[in-house]
Design a protein around this ligand. Structure first.
Ligand SMILES: NC(=O)c1ccc[n+]([C@@H]2O[C@H](COP(=O)([O-])OP(=O)(O)OC[C@H]3O[C@@H](n4cnc5c(N)ncnc54)[C@H](OP(=O)(O)O)[C@@H]3O)[C@@H](O)[C@H]2O)c1
Length: 478
């Protein structure tokens, strides 16, 4: 048992190269090549104080399960086929940590007992005692972790960074750091990052004031809290959380954000699902409840109905009894959209839908439009009298100004909402997020298809999103 919170213990142990700082038997250690100490496959090469030399390889590392495994690949001590597992469990009583550490190995005949005792005493028992002492003395102040530790330092982070605006290729893998959390802030080890079409607008340089260069994209992510600053209530190190905020910067492995952006995740919602659904689900929530007033019988037209936001809107609106009509660019997308509640998909790559909508439904009461300029004239034509045009985004290009004279012809209303204004306080964010998770739990929403890309391949994710070939949501895995 270690008398420290699990996040603090894990922050030290997950670094495969940290043992020369806390374990007495280790003289010095380095990671071979240019690998990082938390990269599966990396090899640590170390010498013991008695002169023995060992090379060990990291086999698995799970931030979700607080677990790692490793093996000896070469050693001057005769431990053969040595494979070790290290696992932490939180002990809620006193916010302590249970550390389970075990290994299997073979030895030359006759040395079984001697080597078993050596491992038990000099590796494990000494290791437990050494780490307790190290944490007790605040040895991890080098920045490994530490809840609310005043001298905590920045921690290294991988990120996807852009140095100029442009196509997907401007997204480059790089290194950065996450500062120690100030008052009101939370530092999060991110596992899954939501990719949104909005990221594409920023990447293209459409809103430079929001993304000065060099810049990091991304408005949402999910992961585990490493540490929190002063005056943070409701989240603790080790909690699984997701966040959503109006300043980009989420395309990274570790990020420090305002606590008011953060919500805790129910156990049933995996990090990847949270990253796929938080911003998009909350968008569906405000579109249908606050803005569209969508109810039984509402004729609703959703563009990109098989997209990240589209599928969630279709599912939620159909559950409310709306007549859900959606545009999609392929038969395959039509099939999936139908599965998610879009009863009337219209397959059109060129955004020709108004005639069908007028002929079959007499126009629509609400159109949710993430397409922008290419659908402009068809939207006017498809709307029913007193219809509401919600201009959500502009994947096809910037929507040219809408004249009030055009609106007056059918008493059309026009709105241009932004999700961040609908989660302006932590309470509102928590309320909307809870509605999304509840809708998922009771079957109103089902998880959309999730396309996963490595954080280092953010460019590939953007290429796919802009190709119009994706169905559902995209996430980056850190
Ligand atoms: N205002 C807000 O707060 C807010 C919040 C979330 C999302 N949004 C907006 O909602 C829309 C959907 O976002 P998302 O992240 O869920 O993306 P998405 O719908 O998964 O992907 C975009 C989809 O747009 C369609 N599209 C039509 N013309 C396109 C073109 N010329 N280039 C690329 N795509 C085109 C494609 O579907 P088809 O091929 O089937 O047409 C494509 O799959 C975006 O406009 C986004 O900006 C706004």
């Amino acid at each position: 048992m270690i008398d420290a919170p699990i996040a603090r213990v894990w922050a030290v142990l997950r670094d495969f190269n940290s043992h020369d700082q806390w374990h007495d038997v280790v003289a010095e250690s380095r990671i071979e090549g240019s690998d990082r100490g938390d990269q599966v496959g990396c090899v640590r090469s170390f010498t013991l104080k008695d002169g023995n030399r060992i090379r060990e390889q990291l086999l698995t590392l799970s931030d979700t399960d607080y677990k790692s495994t490793y093996c000896i690949v070469e050693a001057t001590v005769p431990l053969q086929r040595y494979v070790a597992t290290l696992k932490l469990k939180p002990v809620t009583d006193g916010d302590r940590t249970f550390w389970h550490w075990e290994s299997t190995f073979a030895t030359p005949p006759g040395q079984e007992r001697e080597l078993r005792e050596m491992v038990a005493r000099d590796v494990y028992e000494a290791g437990f005692a050494n780490l307790r002492r190290y944490l007790g003395q605040g040895g991890d102040r080098r920045g490994a972790a530490g809840a609310a530790m005043p001298q905590a330092l920045p921690l290294p982070a991988r990120r996807s960074v852009l140095h100029r605006y442009g196509g997907p290729e401007v997204l480059q893998a790089g290194d950065g750091e996450a500062p120690a959390p100030n008052a009101g802030e939370v530092r999060i080890r991110q596992r899954a990052i939501g990719v949104n079409y909005f990221d594409v607008y920023l990447r293209k340089g459409w809103i430079p004031s929001m993304l000065p260069l060099p810049g990091v994209l991304g408005m949402e992510a999910a992961g585990t809290v490493v540490d929190v600053g002063a005056n943070v209530n409701g989240v603790l190190p080790g909690d699984r959380v997701a966040y959503l905020g109006a300043q980009p910067g989420a395309y990274c492995s570790l990020r420090t954000v305002p606590a008011e952006w953060v919500v805790r995740l129910p156990a049933a919602v995996a990090d990847e699902v949270a990253a796929a659904m938080l911003l998009k689900g909350i968008t569906a929530d405000f579109l249908l409840r606050d803005l569209g007033h969508v109810r039984a019988g509402t004729r609703l037209l959703v563009h990109a109905a098989a997209g990240g936001v589209g599928l969630l809107v279709c599912a939620w609106a159909s559950r409310r009894g709306a007549i859900v009509i959606g545009t999609v660019s392929s038969e395959e997308k039509a099939r999936v959209a139908r599965e998610y509640g879009c009863a009337h998909p219209i397959v059109t790559r060129e955004h020709r839908f108004a005639d069908t909508v007028q002929a079959q439904f007499g126009g629509v009461d609400v159109v949710i439009d993430g397409i922008g300029d290419a659908a402009r004239e068809e939207n006017f034509a498809a709307l029913a009298r007193r219809g509401h045009w919600i201009s959500l985004g502009q994947a096809s290009g910037a929507l040219q100004p809408i004249s009030a004279d055009r609106l007056v012809q059918k008493s059309i209303t026009f709105s241009r909402p932004v999700v961040f204004d609908y989660v302006a306080t932590q309470a509102e964010l928590a309320e909307r997020a809870t509605r999304v998770w509840n809708a998922l739990a009771d079957g109103t929403l089902k998880t959309p298809p999730i396309e996963r890309h490595a954080l280092g391949d953010a460019a590939g994710a953007h290429e796919r999103l802009e190709s119009r070939r994706t169905i559902g949501a995209l996430v980056l895995i850190a």
